[in-house]
Design a binder for this molecule. Structure first.
Ligand code: IFM
Length: 450
């Protein structure tokens, strides 16, 4: 391969999540989710925006599939809204909810786009939060398994690729410890540890339910956003330190999944706040996966530090370090190289995807109607170059899903942060591909960075 190119069968895709794009929050028997409740609570989301209409993909999915086709993507990563399928979280199934994902799947396949389905991207049925505290109670694990089985039975004859839970740490940390996401709780660290443990267990239960209920043999993975440790310099001592840091800093999350245990460094660090667990729990958590998906956004620069117990230190970012619109989105393109590399080197993973990468920019249409998001093009181009390096070095990076197909409901930021390749006018719901959409389409067409 010459230049910044990719393997022949590299899978280019785009990603979204149900609550962020679907809207139609009361249509066809959908139950309420914790995000409906949270966003309806004044002061929780910027400008009190809610996902009740959003991009209305529920009704406009055909148009959105045509947008994808225009980009030339080969795969669409979407999520299923649990409260559309089971309005009360468990019990009676809502057939119209399942019908929607049938229609979406069929439309994608008819247009040559592979459906990649996420079971949970944060829209927990409110009923489960009310009934037993949602992820804080161990009963959630079986409920999630049962819900997964229903979706698997319905879609598993056409969908081959499934993700269990999107960004497990965000579910527990943002939702139950920091209170920034639904359900907005600030539990003590010890209780948060248990919430997180239930999320990990539910992931394992989901893997089992998919394997037991899909008609086609499913490929099952996770979409995790690990803290991406990047060596400050590419020298052996800093690379070793960064790899070690990657494993230890993610001890509560991806390391636990990949190794089926909480590593000693994590347990020691947490002390009395460590989760309670049994060996059976850890076996469930460690269910083997077919691939690993990485949601990659910002870097954590690491240097070797012999004075530190674990041999590494995070290097603080200088004051003027570049970032995109979100206050957390510092630019560090080499994450799309180092993330896959460490996942391969630490755990021998043979199939890795970037399942999210993108940025929010201050996009506005010019008088000619065009959105000239040169900043997003710069950002994506640099990440693609790093991904191409991974591919060319033989790291098994097999695909890349840009976040996101279109502007959408950005959680507590509402509609104020735009991550899309396609601009959405929230008054008219008109979709307009930005410059970055054209850049992406051309990259896909050439299978090389433009
Ligand atoms: O919009 C989110 C997505 O739901 C999860 N990953 C990060 C994105 C940007 O913040």
């Amino acid at each position: 391969m010459a230049g910044y190119s990719f393997s022949k069968d590299f899978l280019w895709g785009v990603a979204t999540a149900a609550y962020q794009v679907e809207g139609a929050s009361t249509a066809d028997g959908r139950g309420a989710s914790i995000w409906d409740t949270f966003s309806a609570t004044p002061g929780k989301v910027r400008e009190d925006h809610t996902g009740s209409v959003s991009c209305d993909q529920y009704h406009r999915y055909r148009e959105d599939v045509q947008l994808m086709k225009g980009l030339g993507v080969k795969a669409y990563r979407f999520s299923v809204a649990w409260p559309r399928i089971l309005p009360a979280g468990h019990g009676p199934v809502n057939p119209k909810g399942l019908d929607y994902y049938d229609r979406l799947t069929d439309e994608l396949l008819a247009n040559g786009i592979q459906p990649w389905c996420t079971l949970f991207h944060w829209d927990l049925p409110q009923a489960l939060q009310d009934e037993f505290g949602g992820w804080a109670d161990r009963r959630i694990v079986e409920c999630f398994g049962d819900y997964t089985a229903i979706v698997a039975k319905r879609l598993g004859d056409r969908v081959r690729h499934f993700f269990t839970i999107n960004e497990m740490g965000c579910v527990s940390n943002q939702g139950y410890q920091l209170g920034a996401h639904a359900p907005g709780l600030k539990l003590p660290r010890r209780e948060f540890a248990q919430v997180n443990h239930h999320v990990l267990m539910a992931h394992g239960r989901c893997v089992q339910a998919l394997r037991a209920n899909c008609a086609l043999t499913p490929q099952v993975g996770v979409a995790e956003n690990p803290c991406v440790c990047v060596p400050v310099l590419e020298t052996p001592e800093h690379i070793d330190a960064a790899q070690k840091a990657f494993r230890i800093k993610n001890g509560r999350y991806i390391t636990a999944l990949m190794e089926g245990r909480y590593i000693a460094e994590f347990l020691e660090e947490e002390g009395p706040d460590a989760p309670e667990f049994t060996e059976a729990d850890m076996r469930l958590i460690g269910e083997p996966l077919d691939f690993v998906g990485l949601n990659m956004y910002a870097p954590d620069y690491i240097r070797a530090d012999p004075a530190e117990k674990n041999g590494f230190t995070s290097v603080p970012l200088p004051k003027a370090y570049p970032r995109m619109v979100p206050e957390w989105l510092f630019v560090g393109p080499s994450i799309t190289y180092w993330g896959p590399r460490f996942v391969r080197d630490l755990w021998g993973v043979k199939s890795i995807y970037i399942t999210e990468n993108g940025c929010a920019c201050d996009d506005r249409p010019e008088p000619d109607g065009e959105v000239w998001d040169t900043d997003r093009v710069m950002y994506l181009r640099q990440h693609f170059i790093a991904a191409s390096r991974a591919v060319q070095e033989g790291i098994p990076l097999k695909g890349y899903f840009v976040w996101s197909l279109m502007d959408n409901f950005e959680w507590q930021k509402g509609y104020t942060e735009r991550f899309g390749l396609v601009y959405v006018n929230y008054q008219t719901l008109k979709r307009t591909p930005k410059l970055s959409a054209k850049f992406y389409a051309e990259t896909i067409r050439r299978n090389a960075v433009v």
